[in-house]
Design a protein around this ligand. Sequence first.
Ligand code: ATP
Ligand code: MG
Length: 183
Amino acid sequence: MRFSKLRLNGFKSFVDPTDLIIADGLTGVVGPNGCGKSNLLEALRWVMGETRARAMRGGGMEDVIFAGTTSRSARNFAEVSLQIDNSDRLAPSGFNDSDQLEIVRRITRDVGSAYKSNGKDVRARDVQMLFADASTGAHSPALVRQGQISELINAKPKARRRILEEAAGISGLYQRRHEAELK
Ligand code: ATP
Ligand code: MG
């Protein structure tokens, strides 16, 4: 599985539809302070099923919706789409019926979030498990937030262990075991 494109629409400062092409190799994003670099990474985390508003630097999840400026009015929804090249067919069952996957998350004011996979409605949990299995995901150690390195250094042993487990790719198993125990 390889991410190939991220599309933002009404997400934070990206009021107009914006595509970020993720080519082979290294992709760099440069720009002045406040231009939206961190918002791009947050969009990636969000479309993979992030549920913590605080991780999006907001008070509530609807804070990811474009809030308006003096010249443009606020939006009613935000949408992020992630295009994935699945030609290696490594996506888990339920997602593995095509070479191209498009995961879309949309949040509408007073309604909440909805997810689609190649146009079909899916549950938040399905999307979270898709990425948990691929050891990417909203909590992936591959996504390093601003200030996260100092958090890691100051973390208590238990919290640090969680981070190592994410890195080892076994956190999806924990989630499954937890669900099995609830049944
Ligand atoms: P730095 O180099 O300082 O880390 P950055 O490029 O990472 O900056 P971001 O933090 O991604 O910048 O973007 C911050 C900008 O996004 C601010 O101008 C802020 O007003 C804007 N922003 C955040 N949320 C929203 C929203 N809901 N609606 C409109 N604009 C928003
Ligand atoms: Mg930043």
